[in-house]
Design a protein around this ligand. Structure first.
Ligand code: BEZ
Ligand code: FE
Length: 301
């Protein structure tokens, strides 16, 4: 009989899982157990600390609703989501625009708008325009462009009193030259939702909890890898300290006044060309989802 102690327990657990028929599940669980055990050994974790961790994860689960995904927020604030995105980008078969977080405020089925329309119910303050290209620099006609963002006070429609009402989000179709243009308001940076257990963690770590102002995009076309990304506004005070590590230099931009290339020259404009890599066999690359879909899927299993 095996003597179980702090060193032999890892091999014992791995041996019990060794008959897992699904090879990827077997590999992932073996790596997880090895690192989890190494973490507990290195931290010399006490039973009280282990129970605190269990209570924390329980509270994270209990905070999830069809409009809120606290587990993804935890992953985001630990840097795990951005790491998953970086690994996803590295697997691309071609170079494309970098991925950034979906975040918890994405909703599928946003209203379709015509090019040039404003996505905000309030007056437009800025224009965003550019092209959707392939890695050879050729246009992708008819690419689908989903966009969503906060208002000029840093609030998403989902955080308003009636979360079923959609504002500041829309789906556009690029024209025959791969061009797109739209109007919106200049978004404000905001604090991630801090009223749950992830907020307790952020405060315990003396972190500010802000995301710099940004605009989310989800762009797709047949034959291309779906791009989930965001553009970040350079002038935001938190551009170098995003709580969820979504900012990377190639996604940082700023509005330009009197841009002669802008279809709305009277508005401060951002020009950004997105590059889609060719499709591969690996998933969508979305770190996140419409929260209501996650809750639905979990409930049906
Ligand atoms: C966001 O971009 O909206 C977001 C992303 C991660 C955590 C919280 C918010
Ligand atoms: Fe966001």
């Amino acid at each position: 009989m095996l003597a179980i102690d702090e060193n032999t327990i890892t091999d014992a657990a791995l041996a019990q899982m060794s008959e897992t028929p699904n090879p990827r599940l077997k590999q992932i669980m073996a790596i997880l157990v090895k690192h989890l055990h190494a973490f507990a050994r290195e931290a010399d974790l006490t039973p009280e600390e282990w129970l605190d961790g269990i209570k924390f994860l329980t509270a994270v689960g209990q905070t999830c609703t069809p409009y809120r995904q606290e587990f993804i927020l935890l992953s985001d604030t630990l840097g795990l989501s951005s790491l998953i995105n970086a690994l996803h980008d590295r697997r691309a078969v071609e170079h494309g625009t970098k991925t950034s977080l979906v975040g918890p405020f994405y909703r599928q089925d946003s209203p379709h708008k015509e090019l040039g329309e404003c996505i905000a119910e309030s007056n437009a303050g800025i224009c965003i325009y550019g092209r959707v290209l392939n890695s050879a620099g050729q246009p992708i006609p008819g690419a689908s462009i989903q966009i969503w963002q906060t208002d000029d006070e840093g609030v998403y429609d989902l955080q308003r009193h009636d979360p079923s009402h959609m504002d500041l989000r829309a789906t556009f179709t690029a024209d025959a030259n791969g061009d797109y243009h739209l109007r919106t308001v200049r978004p404000l940076g905001y604090m991630i939702p801090l009223d749950g257990p992830v907020g307790d963690m952020i405060r315990a770590q003396r972190r500010h909890g802000y995301r710099p102002a940004h605009i989310h995009f989800m762009i797709g076309a047949p034959g291309y890898r779906e791009l989930v990304t965001a553009l970040y506004l350079r002038k935001d005070d938190h551009i170098n300290s995003d709580t969820v590590f979504g900012v990377t230099d190639s996604l940082v931009t700023e509005t330009v006044a009197n841009d002669p290339g802008s279809p709305f020259r009277e508005l401060p404009s951002i020009r950004f060309d997105f590059t889609l890599a060719a499709a591969d066999a690996i998933g969508t690359g979305r770190v996140g989802a419409d929260p209501s879909q996650i809750t639905k899927r979990t409930a049906s299993h």
